[in-house]
Design a protein around this ligand. Structure first.
Ligand code: IN0
Length: 412
């Protein structure tokens, strides 16, 4: 659907969309004048537009550390993802990456488009990294070291079991959670949250990405690696790529629902983590991707389109999430609403229906037990009455003008 069509169908998306556009324009203008910081912030905006906006709202020192952490991880990811690099070249680079970030001379040509520029001009990231406080540097180095080693391990190994899946997601995303918790603590505003909870924050995001990106990943040329665990998909098909063929639609959706149910396991940890945050900007930084993730799972669940094309939350709903995720009450509200949507999609004939329902009931219980559900405007299941009223008022005004014009014409 075109953007005009989408807005007409969801008129209450209009204000958040306009607000988001304005905020993005404003954020893009705030690029620091120093060339290395200028490069880092422009790059951040290029590789992650809406997320860059949320990073921008953090306090200066933490913002700089998160920006560099994000770019270092993107660079590591670019090396891991580049299928044109032979394993015997790639593995030593991944393992030594934590040392390269201290070396302003180091660069390695790989990746495409913006990622190629990031890799070619990595010295800007190193220069900025060396200006961070020591505790920030130590945290980023430690995570880069552990992540590089983990990625190297999985270059040579497939994701077979659910334990492998959790281990791989720990390296590429759970460790990001551990690193961020250290950065938040080092900034002086947060307690150091537990490794387990921090890990779950990353796993929930990464598993959602892996589910959503099935088709994009399986169709990649040259062939990319796949992260759906054999232990799950082999219950439904013989080869992972069989899920995309029309004759296997029923099995494909069952497998997809199994994967979503697996991802939902992390939700309660994520809610505990977010409830423990104190700083409003850090809270928003953490909560927005989490709400987007549960929204994406609600969209993907029982949806054959995951195997046919791109399934993404519409831009207006993303804008609404960014606009309306401010407090833990908003988060409980959103998780409750998206769990309702998920629950309504559970087909009793699905082999995991019972398990999925019980996960969703547990999530909804946590949200209800917070005692905060009634404080929110339900913004996902029902539309926001404020915007709807505005839309109805506008419609009445337009109709009145047309009516007045037609009546005037008739009397003349
Ligand atoms: C992230 C995470 C992220 C943010 C906040 C708290 C987190 C705690 C634990 C782990 C990760 C956390 O968020 C981003 C979100 C993002 O980049 N969104 C994209 C949208 C998209 O579809 O890709 C955007 O353009 O807005 C995230 O996905 N990852 C990430 C990477 C680095 C950092 Cl510092 C924080 C990637 C990943 C793999 C899930 C960890």
């Amino acid at each position: 659907m075109g953007s005009l069509g989408a807005v007409l169908k969801h008129p209450d998306d209009l204000f958040p969309l306009l607000k988001l556009k304005r905020a993005m324009k404003h954020a893009e203008k705030q690029i620091p004048p120093e060339p290395h910081w200028g490069f880092c912030y422009s790059m951040l905006h290029k590789v992650s537009r809406s997320f860059a906006l949320v990073i921008q709202q953090l306090d200066t020192n933490l913002r700089n550390a998160v920006c560099i952490f994000y770019l270092v991880l993107r660079a590591l990811d670019t090396v891991e993802d580049d299928t044109s690099i032979a394993a015997d070249v790639k593995v030593p680079i991944l393992i030594a990456f934590h040392r390269h970030i201290y070396d302003q001379e180091w660069h390695f040509a790989c990746g495409e488009k913006d990622y190629k520029v990031l890799m070619d001009q990595f010295h800007h990231v190193s220069t900025a990294f060396l200006e961070l406080g020591e505790s920030f540097q130590v945290a980023i180095e430690d995570i880069t070291k552990r992540m590089g080693a983990g990625m190297a391990k999985f270059i040579l190994k497939e994701v077979e079991t659910i334990d492998d899946y959790d281990e791989y997601c720990h390296y590429v995303a759970g460790l990001v959670g551990l690193g961020l918790s250290k950065l938040f603590h080092a900034s002086g505003t947060e307690d150091l949250l537990s490794d387990d909870l921090s890990n779950s924050m990353g796993l929930f995001l990464q598993k959602t990405n892996i589910i959503r990106d099935y088709l994009e990943d399986i169709n990649e040329i040259p062939k990319s690696r796949m992260f759906w665990p054999r232990q799950i998909w082999s219950k439904y098909v013989i080869k992972l790529e069989d899920l995309k063929y029309e004759e296997n639609s029923e099995k494909a959706v069952q497998c997809l629902n199994d994967m979503v149910t697996n991802a939902l396991m992390h939700v309660e940890d994520c809610l505990i983590y977010m409830a423990a945050l104190r700083d409003p900007a850090i809270f928003r930084f953490c909560a927005i991707p989490q709400v987007m993730a549960i929204g994406t799972l609600a969209l993907c669940y029982n949806n054959i389109e995951v195997f046919r094309g791109v399934v993404k939350m519409r831009r207006g709903l993303t804008a609404k999430v960014i606009d309306q995720t401010k407090t833990i009450a908003d988060v409980y509200g959103a998780f409750f609403d998206f769990s309702c949507i998920l629950k309504s999609k559970v087909d009793m004939n699905d082999p995991n229906a019972e398990k999925t329902r019980s996960r969703l009931n547990a999530i909804q219980k946590t949200c209800r037990d917070s005692g905060l559900l009634n404080q929110r405007k339900s913004y996902v299941v029902k539309s926001n009455p404020r915007y709807n009223t505005a839309f109805i008022v506008m419609l009445i005004i337009i109709l009145s003008v047309i009516f007045a014009y037609l009546s005037a014409k008739r009397t003349n």
